[in-house]
Design a protein around this ligand. Sequence first.
Ligand SMILES: NC(=O)c1ccc[n+]([C@@H]2O[C@H](COP(=O)([O-])OP(=O)(O)OC[C@H]3O[C@@H](n4cnc5c(N)ncnc54)[C@H](O)[C@@H]3O)[C@@H](O)[C@H]2O)c1
Length: 268
Amino acid sequence: MGKRMEGKVVLVSGAGSIGSGWGNGKASAVLFAREGGKVFAVDRNLNSARVTQTIIENEGGRCLAYEADVTDPESVDAMVNQCCQEFGQVDVLYNNVGAALAGGIMELDEAAWDDQMNVNLKHVFLVTRKVIAQMLRFKGGSIINIGSTSGLTFTGQQQIAYQTAKAAISRFSQSVALEFASRGIRCNTVIPGQMDTPMVHAYLAGQQTGGDVEALISKRNARIPMGFMGTAWDVANAVVFLASDEARYVTGAEIVVDGGMTLKCTSE
Ligand SMILES: NC(=O)c1ccc[n+]([C@@H]2O[C@H](COP(=O)([O-])OP(=O)(O)OC[C@H]3O[C@@H](n4cnc5c(N)ncnc54)[C@H](O)[C@@H]3O)[C@@H](O)[C@H]2O)c1
């Protein structure tokens, strides 16, 4: 166990995982706890958050699983209030929820577009404003939002709503960083590339290679100069660094965790 999060309360959204293995929120929640943080592990799938809680408790850490839909304002209010009631405050917020949908502008209907905006962007606004209101009472905090290389460049699959929402995450983080820099609140973005998380198996293969997971993994590996997909732990290491006092002078920044993928002109 490290000490970088000693005494800090960390709210992680999407702290479960869509399938077995390590999703980005799940790995980060576990790493936050290993560093001494008290983790409020939020997921709309309570059982999934409970798996994370059990892992943390079995390692001797502190975690509470909580069910909330972060796209719903009432659910967000109740979630933050409950975290403060259980742990006193929120020092670190990790807005990790997100989901990609394949499709270009002529393939997506309005409902699909709205769903993508809600699950990838609107919740970041809802949760951040609620948490900032109480961070100001404690004179500071750190917020980390999750973007995607799909928000930076074309990464091999048309996902117009996801690409748009993830691009906006970076700008949102910078705006928050600037507005609250003088009041002790930092806000940064972690931008993962092609990570080998349960999402790849649960639905990306269905959307992109007709359900052939091995074909999708080969395709994803081939896009990356380093030659292999990253893991949720690569993302978690960047997230925990940004949350920690090691990053006390870092705000409005982006850490791209992609094995060099976005350095190439083409992703194919
Ligand atoms: N896996 C990748 O290659 C990759 C790449 C770039 C960015 N990302 C981003 O990383 C984040 C996490 O991805 P992951 O691969 O770990 O996914 P995941 O699907 O395994 O985990 C997401 C979790 O969020 C929960 N969730 C979804 N909607 C929710 C809601 N409205 N309220 C509360 N919880 C909700 C799900 O139940 C799930 O447990 C996403 O924002 C994704 O866009 C992933």
